[in-house]
Ligand binder design. Structure first.
Ligand SMILES: NC(=O)c1ccc[n+]([C@@H]2O[C@H](COP(=O)([O-])OP(=O)(O)OC[C@H]3O[C@@H](n4cnc5c(N)ncnc54)[C@H](OP(=O)(O)O)[C@@H]3O)[C@@H](O)[C@H]2O)c1
Length: 337
């Protein structure tokens, strides 16, 4: 085992779009687990758009400050345990931060099965798969024959929302940036149609026109991963009694000036729309059953998994910067060991 632990520190808070120079590589002594703790070796760090939002202020977790170890969750292996219920070799998903080794409290950690490939524990059986599952099924309440629009559709969550919606008999329209992603959605991931918001200049009216061409009768469920102009465009396409699932607002995360929404509250009234925000952990009690169902769909070939694995600990900052710029298709993660 190494005696030093490489870490990535958020040296200062970014003032605009994220750049690599706000991070600093550091080396510390190997942490030692205290009573009730485990020592973890980080395997795959999940790269999450929300990590940029943590630098803006408190969200569903505390804000990051200059000088903090960069926060993040990872699939990790127990290499030493001082806690009952966990032993060397066990796999867990934990808040390790961006470091090669972490000593963390064992309380709340769950031993994960050794599936093949392990990366699926970070994608389809991890936060993205569960977010898509609960967001669509518990908040969107899809019915066969309905039309579902999804933003950031080629991202980690979006690819699963579209595929699950299709399994439920819905027509799906994915909204993504660029012709390659849009082509992939319809050719390989079973979406019925795709809208390229970048080709529409990221302008709400132009995106709405493109969406209307693909869904002329309107949208019953909009799964919102982005907020911003895409959200406005979809709001104007909503059918009466439509549901908007508010999952995330990636368009606001990376230090851009705040977007002035056009969305007309009156429309929410007259069309009797429901807007429902959620955090995936709201559904922790139903997690095991959801993973069983996702497992069945993957094994039966009903859901395709796409992952974007970046190799190397030192590439963590660039992996996050690239994700915010839309480099990824499916779940981006960094393989550290
Ligand atoms: N509620 C929850 O519990 C929960 C859990 C997990 C994630 N989330 C949220 O869900 C959303 C999707 O997460 P994810 O992990 O699927 O995303 P992801 O894989 O991290 O991808 C983010 C994608 O967002 C798109 N994007 C970036 N800037 C954009 C902009 N200004 N306008 C429109 N699209 C933009 C990019 O794709 P393009 O190339 O298409 O632009 C990028 O690939 C995020 O907002 C995240 O915070 C919520």
């Amino acid at each position: 085992m190494a005696s030093l632990n490489r870490q990535i520190i958020l040296d200062r808070l970014p003032q605009g779009p994220l750049t690599a120079d706000v991070f600093r590589l550091a080396e510390s002594q190997m942490p030692a687990p205290g009573e009730g703790e485990v020592l973890l070796r980080t395997l795959y760090v999940s790269i999450d758009a929300a990590a940029r939002a943590w630098m803006l202020g408190p969200t569903y977790r505390a804000a990051l400050n200059a000088g903090d170890l960069m926060a993040g969750v990872a699939l990790a292996e127990v290499i030493e345990s001082r806690a009952p219920g966990l032993k060397k070799g066990d796999l867990v998903f934990a808040e390790t931060g961006w470091q090669e080794y972490a000593a963390v409290p064992a309380k709340g950690l769950t031993v994960l099965p050794r599936v093949e490939p392990l990366s699926h524990l970070v994608s389809v059986y991890g936060v993205p798969g569960l977010t898509a599952y609960f967001g669509l099924l518990k908040c969107g309440l899809p019915k066969s024959g309905e039309t579902v629009a999804i933003s950031a559709a080629a991202g980690a969550v979006g690819i699963f929302v579209g595929q699950i919606a299709r399994l439920k008999g819905c027509r799906t329209v994915g909204i993504a940036g660029g012709p390659e992603k849009c082509g992939l959605l319809t050719r390989e991931l079973g979406f019925d149609a795709a809208v390229d918001y970048k080709a529409a200049g990221n302008d709400a009216r132009a995106i709405h026109a493109a969406l209307h061409a693909q869904a002329p009768d309107g949208v019953d469920i909009y799964f919102d991963n982005t907020g911003g102009p895409v959200m406005d465009a979809c709001l104007f396409s909503m059918r009466p009694f439509g549901r908007i699932v508010c999952c995330g607002a990636v368009s606001n995360y990376d230090g851009r000036p705040p977007y002035r929404a056009m969305g007309v509250p009156g429309m929410i009234v007259t069309r009797r729309l429901t807007l429902k925000g959620f955090i995936v952990s709201d559904f922790n009690d139903e997690r095991a059953a959801a993973i069983d169902e996702l497992w069945g769909w993957v094994e039966a070939g009903k859901i395709a998994v796409r992952e974007d694995v970046v190799e190397g600990f030192e590439n963590l900052p660039d992996a996050l910067i690239g994700l915010l710029a839309g480099e990824n298709v499916g779940k981006r993660m960094v393989k550290v060991a």
